[in-house]
Design a protein around this ligand. Structure first.
Ligand code: NOJ
Length: 559
């Protein structure tokens, strides 16, 4: 079938693998690259086209890979450079693509660059990081009021050289200084190193934090204590001089140019930016010459209500009209797993998948989402996550309340538990008798690949059906989208049309955001039910169809 001539990355489906938690091949309770390779057939069979890997580069693992010590080496617990090359080859051999996670903003404080940088004010690497004198007089107070993304000041005093270094995230993740051309050159070369090894794209970690104000001005005050997707202000400061800096936005064009002019122009970058849509749009560049994609995290907290879903679809179309394209992301290694946020129900999870795989945009599926992996409630005090450990002195009951009300957890271990392959002890992630690095989520005995592969009506098989339909039908992977705002259908139904001008073809998508049966009466006869969240897909009556509770359906009408 003709696939049209849009770039592949606009039509693809991305699956995020958190390497530590996917598959352990050595029996030490930690996932690794050979383990991942052994599961590539599963991903190909599921219908995944692109795989993004959270970092597996050499790292002290204080932030499980987001603290890199060597950008061109693989962490020994995950494998070797040869294993990584094998992974790239095996992915390409299955006609899939590979996306690397680039942590450009900061390194580990164990990186030789930082060790050199902190060794002396005169070291050639001093200017590779953001150092500054403390506030006068005395210099024993941070240079200004800048806060890190986590808690308190992002400035850390280094006594031997009597200066402060800046870290946007945790203290052991010092920020690189992108005002230094050597740093820019080195990091672009690092990306080219991985492109030459076969990377098809990059996910860019906290890319909104690359540049800070070069005059080190205080950030303005704000009334906000906690940040949200709509405002990054927190701890009563507005990060005007530390996030989304104009120089950061300009740098997106430099990155785009680097990947577009490499050898094959068909690569992509997706930026991790938590911001309102108008700011996210700026990352794509005024003439589409910035990042190819950004995550729109607005979907993470999307309510399972027709009005809310319609509203978000409209917002995305307004801010990311073609040729721009939004992303659809519902979970990741930092956030509350979607199925637990929406109440744990499989019907709702199927409908959510139907939305993600039929709306215009690039879907990002988080590992285990396809079998309904849940958030595992784990105590903050014993967490492995360094962010949660910052808050370990706060009584657990406060987190429990936040968890219940806001469906948020400070403890990121909860969404990083091992992949659920089967119902055996340790879920097939690592051998029985071994302690997996994080405990299995208790529901793994029912919610796992082996069980669900054999149940035609499982969540896993629902994902497969929608992924397959999306792959073979140009309207679904490359079509325009028209959102129906009329009252032609019941108000709990979200209806949109996907139509592919390039190759022809049109489908109608109906999503029932209610627990009731709902009748749809089409203006013309039904030609075919393409795919449904339930099987058998039926319910056609005359010119209409009966949608069952929380059913999502793609149909072709006789036009
Ligand atoms: C965002 C990543 O998603 C998160 O896991 C990490 O801890 C921080 N950036 C710091 O790199």
């Amino acid at each position: 079938m003709k696939r049209g001539n849009q770039p592949w990355w606009k039509k693809t489906v991305v699956y995020q693998v958190y390497p530590r938690s996917f598959k352990d091949s050595t029996g030490n309770g930690i996932g690794d690259i050979p383990g991942i390779i052994s599961k590539l057939d599963y991903l190909a069979d599921l219908g995944i086209e692109t795989i993004w890997f959270s970092p597996f580069f050499d790292s002290p693992q204080e932030d499980f890979g987001y603290d890199i010590r060597n950008y061109r080496a693989i962490a020994p617990e995950y494998g070797t450079l040869q294993d990584c090359e094998a992974l790239i080859n095996e992915i390409h051999a299955r006609d899939m693509r590979i996306v690397f996670d680039m942590v450009l903003n900061h390194t580990s404080d164990q990186h030789p660059w930082f060790l050199a940088s902190k060794s002396s004010k005169n070291d050639p690497k001093r200017g590779w990081y953001v150092w500054h004198d403390g506030r006068k007089p005395g210099g024993k107070k941070p240079p200004n009021n800048w806060k890190s993304m986590i808690t308190g000041s992002g400035w850390h005093y280094h006594e031997p050289t009597d200066q402060w270094y800046w870290a946007q995230f945790l203290p052991f993740q010092p920020d690189l200084n992108y005002r230094n051309p050597e740093v820019r050159g080195e990091m672009l070369d690092t990306m080219k190193f991985w492109l030459s090894k076969g990377a098809d794209g990059f996910r860019l970690d906290i890319i909104n934090a690359i540049y800070e104000d070069d005059e080190f001005r205080d950030n303005p005050r704000s009334w906000r204590l906690l940040p949200s997707e709509e405002s990054p202000a927190m701890l009563f400061t507005n990060p005007k001089y530390t996030l989304n800096h104009p120089d950061t936005l300009a740098f997106m064009r430099v990155l785009r140019d680097a990947i577009d002019t490499f050898d094959d122009p068909s690569r992509f970058m997706v930026g991790e930016v938590s911001a309102p849509l108008p700011i996210l749009k700026q990352y794509m560049g005024e003439s589409g010459d910035g990042l190819n994609l950004t995550f729109q995290f607005q979907s993470l907290s999307l309510k399972m209500r027709a009005k809310a879903v319609r509203g978000l679809l409209e917002d995305y179309e307004e801010w990311f009209p073609a040729p721009l394209i939004p992303t659809w992301v519902f979970s990741n290694h930092d956030r509350f797993r979607r199925i637990s946020r929406i109440g744990g129900g499989i019907l709702q999870a199927k409908l959510n998948a139907a939305l993600q795989l039929t709306a215009r945009g690039v879907p990002f599926i988080y590992y285990g989402e396809e079998v309904g992996m849940e958030q595992h409630h784990l105590p903050v005090k014993y967490s492995k996550d360094p962010v949660a450990l910052k808050f370990k002195h706060i009584p657990q009951f406060i987190f429990n309340i936040a968890r219940k009300i806001a469906k948020e957890s400070i403890n990121r271990d909860e969404c990083r538990t091992p992949m659920q392959w089967n119902a055996s002890e340790n879920g097939g992630f690592c051998p029985a008798g071994v302690d997996p690095w994080l405990p299995m989520t208790p529901s793994y005995r029912e919610r796992n690949v082996a069980v669900q592969e054999n149940e035609p009506d499982s969540l896993l098989n629902c994902y497969k059906r929608f992924l397959h339909a999306r792959k073979i039908m140009p309207p679904l992977h490359a079509g325009d989208m028209t959102i129906d705002t009329s009252d032609a259908y019941p108000s709990h139904v979200v209806h949109f049309i996907r139509e592919c001008r390039e190759t022809g073809g049109r489908v109608d998508v109906f999503l029932n955001f209610s627990g009731n049966d709902l009748d749809l009466n089409f203006p013309v006869p039904l030609k075919e039910i393409v795919v449904s969240t339930r099987i058998p897909a039926e319910g056609a009556i005359g010119n209409g169809i009966k949608l069952t509770p929380w059913e999502g359906i793609v149909v072709q009408l006789q036009r």
